[in-house]
Ligand binder design. Structure first.
Ligand code: ADE
Length: 324
């Protein structure tokens, strides 16, 4: 069928047989090991279902992808990118973890962390906007997660409040890596190699880089201008999200995509009355047309807006602030 088994986690089970001999068996999880429940979300090529592991009773979200549809629409590459990036990003609480993959005749299955709090977008819509304390907390968790993925050589390329899920503790879980880009390993790809534009080693990349545009409102100017995304493109999107959490709407929004793109390229946005000065200063240092002039992650963490935030482990042991 051409669907590769790669990096799929399996359970190691030690059993004692009838003669008292200890045996180790590797058991691959499959459809039969889960009870499937309610639908959590639907995309063009997939459905996400709540599911429970029959043995452990642990709850998961299982993304079910339709193989025929994916082949017909030539999306095999993106499915592989999603699996490969998630397999690279297993050591951080702010990223949806991929536990198992398996398949049957019809479908591929990705067993993921369940984020029972739903999308940050839904919570934001219910509240209208967030206060500074909530924006600081969710902003910090998003930034810590982005810093981790960048350190692992992954650019998300479609960060937005719909792709920021919340778990039962209202902590961030970033999802949807189907349009991510894996950067070539700087240790193995030649002297000083960073991300050359149109780099032919950019496996997933080149033809996607020219055809791919994320979600209009969060797309960076360099992607529109040069069809090239870099780590700083995620920080542009992060600036849009900080603005949106405080203002209740994204900075660049127009009647259609074309007009939205024109606003982005002209940096045509304004702050609503009452937008906090310190947050305004941060957003102005992120929504910068030239990607190399955007504030890098370490400087964002040290910006006055994030004063008092404990970066790293402590951030994930904190109780989420009550939404206001
Ligand atoms: N919708 C899409 N992915 C999800 C997940 N991992 N948890 C909850 N809802 C989701």
């Amino acid at each position: 069928e051409g669907w590769q088994e790669r990096g799929a986690a399996a359970t190691v089970r030690r059993e004692t047989d009838a003669s008292g001999q200890s045996q180790t068996r590797i058991v691959k999880k499959g459809v039969k090991d889960f009870n499937f429940g309610r639908t959590l979300g639907e995309g063009s090529y997939s459905t996400v279902l709540a599911a429970t592991d029959r043995q452990t009773l642990k709850e998961y979200a299982i993304k079910v992808l339709d193989k025929r549809h994916i082949i017909k629409e030539k999306k095999v590459k993106y499915v592989n990118i999603e699996r490969d990036t998630l397999n690279r990003l297993t050591e951080h609480p702010g990223i949806v973890r991929l536990y198992y993959t398996f398949q049957d005749e019809r479908s591929l299955y990705f067993v993921l962390d369940l984020a029972s709090g739903g999308e940050l977008l839904g919570v934001l819509k219910k509240m209208g906007s967030f206060d500074v304390e909530c924006t600081r907390f969710y902003g910090a968790q998003i930034l810590d997660s982005v810093a981790y993925m960048h350190s692992r050589g992954v650019i998300h390329r479609d960060l937005k409040p719909e792709n920021v899920l919340l778990d039962r503790d209202m902590h961030v879980k970033i999802t949807d890596f189907g349009t991510a880009k894996i950067l070539p390993d700087p240790r193995t790809s030649g002297a000083g190699s960073q991300e050359a534009p149109g780099d032919p080693t950019d496996g997933a990349g080149t033809d996607r880089a020219v055809s791919f545009v994320g979600t209009a409102e969060y797309v960076s100017p360099e992607l529109l201008r040069d069809k090239n995304a870099c780590k700083a493109s995620d920080l542009w999107a992060f600036g849009c999200i900080i603005y949106q959490l405080l203002a209740g709407r994204p900075p660049f929004k127009a009647a259609n995509e074309y007009l939205t793109f024109q606003k982005i390229l002209a940096l045509a946005y304004t702050f609503p009355d009452g937008f906090p000065d310190v947050a305004r200063d941060l957003v102005e240092r992120l929504l910068v047309l030239e990607p190399s002039n955007r504030l890098p992650v370490e400087h964002i963490q040290n910006h006055q807006f994030f004063d008092g935030v404990q970066w790293g482990k402590g951030l994930w042991q904190q109780k989420a602030p009550r939404l206001k």
